[in-house]
Design a binder for this molecule. Structure first.
Ligand code: NAD
Length: 405
């Protein structure tokens, strides 16, 4: 029997329902939920008085080893960090990245040494933000950041019923241990919450997942598709991946080239930093999506024929006359620019790698977001504080980047 741990899940959305539900199904985990958003904590607490939380795995799945339909009771759901945080061994953030700052500020006064703080997903820049808010306390903690959510999932009925639509096979995360000495194994603790799948793997260092991030996919496709749009509503929602054209693929490939070049430049200057896990997007698709791809000729054909993307369309808003216009406030830009492309641009800037593709795409995206982040090819716009690039946190040199502890 492993030592019992206390897991605190921060959030109240799709992923938080699943994470809390899975944790609560383990005998050796005490589960708490902190949701500071609106009246979610009160609503969910009241629901739990009369109901259990039901979780189903739609794939019927086997890979996870979970039963496909089970119920759990959550006994501690609160919006009060003074009740939720003390005594928590592992704190898992399962919220969109824009909410990370407010959760970090909420938990900061109560954080104790040897706590593990997990971004699930963390997305690029999570570590910088944790260090910025928790300051010296962060050095006493384990910081982990995973590249995505382990599942595709959605709430069917708030507080009562959540569906897992797909379970990932593997999930990569980084681990920064600092001076902490927890009495449990942090990676094992998070794996214990997940169960058998996905299998959690540890990146070589925290820089590797940033340069391998998939947050760079959406903005260049949006840019290539809409940069010359005439503003007139269109009849149908265009396919996002399978509708890719050569120009969109060129921007996507160009950005991926710049990340590979950045990894090489960092490794040349700091040979001790192993970035061998930073693959070009094309190679990553061939490795992780191969069974779904019909034509592997190029990045363009890979995306056009990837059946894992069947039917996925551009984020669109419907007009009064039933036509469609692009939604530039969707997370493909609002999340993936400040917590994706701008962070990778920041690393490239520190490594001294020119990034014409990043610069052109960010320049257009910032206009859609009503912000000034990049000026020319430098991250020095007045709204840099709304992003998580290293420069925003005063990290401007390779030494500072490599030694963030
Ligand atoms: P979600 O959309 O369900 O999150 C909504 C929750 O976020 C709310 O219930 C609330 O608890 C919190 N929230 C919303 N606005 C807030 C605010 N202003 N302040 C504080 N908290 C606020 O998110 P999710 O589906 O659980 O996804 C979490 C992350 O994982 C996102 O970044 C998402 O892009 C990513 N992701 C999700 C899926 C999925 O299938 N759901 C798959 C892959 C990646």
């Amino acid at each position: 029997m492993t030592k019992k741990i206390t897991v605190l899940v921060c959030g109240g959305g799709n992923g938080a329902h699943v994470t809390a539900g899975l944790a609560a199904s383990r005998d050796d985990i005490e589960t708490r939920v902190l949701t500071t958003f609106a009246d979610e904590a009160e609503r969910w607490t009241n629901i739990m008085k009369e109901n259990d939380l039901r979780i189903t795995v739609d794939e019927g799945d086997i890979k996870s080893g979970e039963s496909v339909d089970f119920k759990v009771k959550l006994n501690c759901i609160t919006k009060d960090p003074s009740k939720a945080v003390p005594g928590a061994d592992v704190i898992i953030f399962t919220v969109p990245a824009f909410a990370h700052q407010s959760y970090l500020e909420a938990i900061e006064p109560y954080i104790q040494p040897n706590t593990t703080i997990v971004g699930m997903p963390g997305q690029p820049g999570f570590e910088f933000q944790v260090f910025d808010v928790l300051k010296d306390k962060a050095k006493q903690c384990v910081i982990m950041s995973f590249e995505s959510l382990p599942w595709a999932c959605r709430i069917a009925e708030f507080g009562k019923f959540v569906q897992i639509l797909m379970v990932k096979v593997n999930l990569m995360g980084c681990l920064i241990r600092g001076q902490s000495k927890p009495s449990y194994d942090p990676m094992e603790a998070v794996q214990r919450v997940m169960g058998k799948a996905p299998i959690l793997t540890q990146a070589n260092n925290y820089i590797e997942p940033i340069l391998a991030t998939k947050s760079i996919i959406h903005p260049p496709i949006m840019y290539g598709k809409w940069k010359d749009w005439d503003g007139k509503p269109i009849e149908e929602k265009p396919l996002f991946y399978q509708g890719l054209d050569e120009e969109q693929a060129r921007y996507l490939g160009g950005i991926s080239d710049e990340l590979v070049a950045t990894a090489k430049a960092i490794a040349a200057q700091k040979p001790e930093v192993d970035l061998s896990g930073v693959l070009h997007l094309y190679d990553w698709y061939l490795r992780d999506h191969k069974p779904y791809i019909k034509d592997t000729t190029s990045l363009l054909t890979v995306l056009q024929t990837d059946t894992a993307y069947d039917g996925l369309v551009h984020p669109m808003k419907e007009t009064e006359d039933g036509k469609f216009v692009p939604d530039f406030r969707y997370r493909y830009l609002t999340e993936d620019v400040p917590n994706g492309l701008v962070v990778t641009k920041g690393l490239a800037q520190i490594a001294g790698v020119p990034t014409p593709y990043h610069d052109e795409v960010i320049a257009w995206c910032q206009k859609q977001l009503g912000k000034e982040i990049i000026v020319g090819d430098e991250l020095k716009g007045k709204d840099i504080g709304s992003t998580r690039c290293p420069q925003r946190y005063g990290i401007n040199t390779m030494d500072a980047l490599v030694n963030i502890m």
